[in-house]
Design a protein around this ligand. Structure first.
Ligand SMILES: NC(=O)C1=CN([C@@H]2O[C@H](COP(=O)(O)OP(=O)(O)OC[C@H]3O[C@@H](n4cnc5c(N)ncnc54)[C@H](O)[C@@H]3O)[C@@H](O)[C@H]2O)C=CC1
Ligand SMILES: C[N+](C)(C)CC(=O)CC(=O)[O-]
Length: 357
């Protein structure tokens, strides 16, 4: 614990957190699919991690998740000293965050729960320590209403699994301090993530807004019997998904215009935007659609268990990262948080080195 933390100003005032590269202790609150994934990520990057989750059997589930993720993380390259032994599961939220230098909240996606939990975390965490929510869609403005110091609360939206997918979308709410947003972006970069820092709140942020459009159309097609789950998945993995791993949809479509690039692509295909391809209202998620999706996914899984699919996905993501030159630079992945701090002190605070080869 730094002097800053133990003798900081009272909660509610703006106290400066540690420099991002000096952070050693991270708390993860809520340790399901995403919280557990964050725990695995931070452990692999050499942090000391405390976790708290009130769910039945939460510690056992969390340790199982971390163990299942570890082989993939070993392939990526662990930071020196990284160990699953550096995980402490606490029996109270207060213990989990008492000495934390950064807090990642990953509790269920329920607005009232998030509001009161974030207020509780704000009351328990050392002053100034930044608290990020993994929410996949709530604006922080709606979640920070009950906290005494809402200025340190922000969204750090990850992608599943957070230990393999680099992106985090960082955005504050109306009362978040801009310095907290800046701090969190630097911290995530130091911790090996790829960050998009948003300057305004958008429903679903950027990536979920895009994913949601695709997902809505997929549900329409299943609901109407127009395509099966397998056809929908194959249409992406055998089609556009191959390009999207290394070139986004805009630049990809610019190539659809040939030598004329995006200008020709828009002149040629732009008018078809008005074609009735999309159904912008979300379909009713009724029982028949739910059953069709569940049955379709069972069929697509073809007998593979969730654990097998997770291992298959993890290997697939690693293969893609490797093939597109995005495994952490050798040496960088093996750095401890302390070494990264030293590097930052020497002037490389970009975090770029941890993110790209
Ligand atoms: N599952 C996904 O693909 C993604 C989820 N997220 C977000 O991450 C957050 C967590 O979602 P998942 O991990 O999928 O859910 P989950 O259901 O797998 O895990 C939630 C965990 O929170 C625990 N919990 C329940 N009440 C709690 C409380 N009061 N305080 C702390 N923990 C509590 C539960 O015991 C459970 O282990 C949500 O905000 C979600 O929107 C973000 C990106 C992707
Ligand atoms: C399904 N989801 C909306 C919770 C997904 C995300 O938020 C991000 C992801 O992992 O794709």
């Amino acid at each position: 614990m730094t002097a800053e933390h133990s003798h900081g100003p009272p909660p509610g005032s703006a106290s400066a957190p540690l420099p991002p590269a000096d952070v050693r202790r991270v708390a993860c609150v809520g340790a399901g699919v995403i919280g557990g994934g964050w725990v695995a990520h931070f452990l692999a990057r050499g942090y000391d991690v405390t976790a708290w989750d009130p769910g039945p059997g939460a510690e056992e589930k969390l340790r199982r998740l971390v163990e299942a993720a570890w082989p993939a993380l070993e392939q990526l390259g662990l930071a020196e000293g990284a160990s699953t032994d550096r995980l402490t599961v606490t029996s109270t939220l207060q213990e989990a965050v008492a000495a934390a230098e950064f807090v990642q909240e990953s509790a269920p996606e329920k607005l009232e729960l998030k509001r009161s939990l974030l207020a509780e975390l704000d009351a328990a965490a050392p002053p100034g320590v930044v608290i990020a929510s993994s929410t996949s869609g709530y604006p922080m403005t709606d979640m920070q209403t009950e906290a005494a110091d809402p200025g340190r609360l922000l969204v750090g939206h990850p992608f599943n699994p957070p230990y393999l997918i680099p992106l985090v979308e960082v955005v504050g709410g109306e009362t978040t301090r801009p310095e907290a947003v800046e701090w969190a972006s630097r911290f995530y970069e130091t911790a090996g993530k790829s960050v998009i820092t948003m300057d305004r709140e958008l429903p679903g942020f950027i990536a979920n807004r895009l994913q949601e459009a695709l997902w809505r159309e997929a549900l329409h097609m299943v609901a109407n019997g127009e395509a099966t789950v397998r056809e929908i998945d194959d249409s992406i993995t055998e089609g556009p998904g191959l390009r999207w791993a290394f070139m986004g949809p805009c630049l990809t479509f610019a190539l659809a215009g040939g030598e004329g690039g995006m200008a020709h692509m828009l002149d040629h295909f732009g008018p078809s935007l008005k074609s009735p391809w999309t159904r912008l209202e979300a379909p009713e998620l009724d029982a028949p659609l739910r059953d069709a999706m569940v049955e379709g996914c069972d069929e697509a899984a073809a007998g593979r268990t969730i654990a097998q699919l997770v291992a298959e996905r993890d290997q697939g993501v690693i293969d893609v990262l490797r093939a597109t030159g995005r495994l952490p630079r050798s040496g960088s992945a093996g750095q401890t948080p302390g070494e990264r701090g030293a590097q930052a002190a020497q002037g490389d605070e970009s975090g770029e080195g941890e993110r790209r080869t």
